[in-house]
Design a protein around this ligand. Structure first.
Ligand code: ATP
Ligand code: MG
Length: 355
């Protein structure tokens, strides 16, 4: 007999999505929703044999570690800003478009915002224009390019070509690579390019400046809207003309870039408190524990905020661990003790008040 929990044990995919390749991006965009995991009562769990119970436990761990992406206030307002900038994406190819800079501290959901926006945009373009371009190429409305530390211009163009699966030889010069990359973008009718982790560009180094200038000139030259994502980009003066000399082209780019900040949840205002509680309510309704109940998280809104400082990444990792503890100890619920006992990530831990 096949394993009744097999579907959930596998998770949504047999291997992680590699968003930086077109195949991985495509699977991310078209991934079906997870089937709902049935939550057993304590009595039902008691009737399972040891192996089935172990499999059910593992299935729940996978489920609880993959809580849904929630339409938070931050996500909704970021989407509204990107939508506004994308309004200019309808301009004819020869006219300049804007770009978006999602600039915020680590762990606030920046990459999630950019990839989810890209996913919706990709699906819309497919529905409207179909899977192939007029010239018969595969349509790839969105390209996702995450940067690595100390990236060079050549490596950047290779990354773009890798996304498209272009077999560019390493022998090609950086100028040839740049031309090939532009060709890919044009022939696949890419309309949105997300450049993630832009803070990896070392602006104090000549290579870094070349990469940053190249990105800005691509944003100027191509019929594409760019979303640049990174940490502390304003402080690094990513878009300040001063950094790159007085060249008019860059001053123009700066003027065309729209900053999209992402802030932690705060409890100081009614609106902020409501946003946090709404998020907790959605998450608690998805947690697979036998004694989960409405209010399990929302009743601890203050404590959860204190432990995470309202950072969504800290919250989701706290919940992963809290769920694992609740299952491991047989407590089957999340309460103040469980929340208080979870080890936090380093940043949240050092920011938490002691006692
Ligand atoms: N809207 C959301 N709903 C639910 N969970 C979210 C949401 N946004 C982010 N998360 C969770 O927070 C985690 C961190 O999000 P993400 O990677 O997007 O943040 P980031 O700001 O890009 O972080 P970094 O600065 O480390 O790159 C994700 O793994 C996800 O679990
Ligand atoms: Mg990120």
């Amino acid at each position: 007999m096949s394993n009744p929990w097999g579907m959930w044990l596998r998770g949504n995919d047999t291997e992680p999505f590699v968003l930086s390749r077109k195949q991985g991006w495509d699977r991310f965009v078209n991934a079906p929703r997870r089937a709902l995991l049935p939550v057993l009562t304590r009595a039902e769990m008691g009737r399972l044999d040891a192996e089935s119970l172990a499999d059910y436990t593992e299935a729940r761990m996978v489920w609880n570690a993959n809580l849904p992406i929630v339409r938070t206030q931050q996500l909704t307002s970021a989407f509204a800003i990107i939508d506004q900038v994308m309004a200019s994406a309808r301009r004819d190819g020869d006219r300049a478009r804007g770009s978006v800079v999602i600039d915020a501290k680590p762990g606030l959901g920046k990459t999630t915002i950019a990839t989810r926006y890209g996913k919706d945009f990709h699906r819309l373009q497919y529905r409207r224009y179909g899977p192939t371009t007029i010239d018969g190429h595969q349509r790839l409305p969105v390209a996702f390019i995450p940067l690595k530390a100390s990236i060079t211009l050549k490596a950047l163009n290779q990354k773009i070509l890798n996304f498209y699966g272009h077999p560019a030889g390493t022998a090609a010069t950086r100028f040839e690579l740049a031309d090939l990359a532009i060709d890919c973008v044009r022939s696949c009718e890419t309309r949105l390019i997300v450049i993630d982790d832009v803070h990896f560009i070392d602006f104090r180094h000549r290579d870094g400046l070349t990469v940053s200038n190249h990105l800005k000139s691509l944003a100027n030259e191509m019929a594409v809207t760019f979303i640049f994502v990174g940490v502390g980009l304003a402080e690094k003066k990513f878009f300040d003309e001063g950094m790159i000399g007085e060249e008019a082209a860059y001053a123009q780019t700066s003027r065309r870039a729209t900053r999209c900040p992402v802030v932690p949840f705060t409890l100081g205002t009614d609106d902020g408190f409501r946003g946090w509680v709404d998020l907790l309510r959605v998450l608690e309704s998805h947690i697979a524990l036998a004694d989960a109940h409405p209010g399990m998280l929302t009743d601890h809104a203050q404590l959860l905020h204190r432990r995470t400082q309202g950072y969504i990444a800290s919250l989701t990792s706290l919940l992963d661990r809290a769920c694992a503890r609740a299952i491991g100890t047989g407590g089957e619920t999340i309460d103040a003790d469980v929340i208080g006992g979870v080890e936090m990530d380093n940043a949240a831990q050092t920011a938490s008040p002691i006692g």
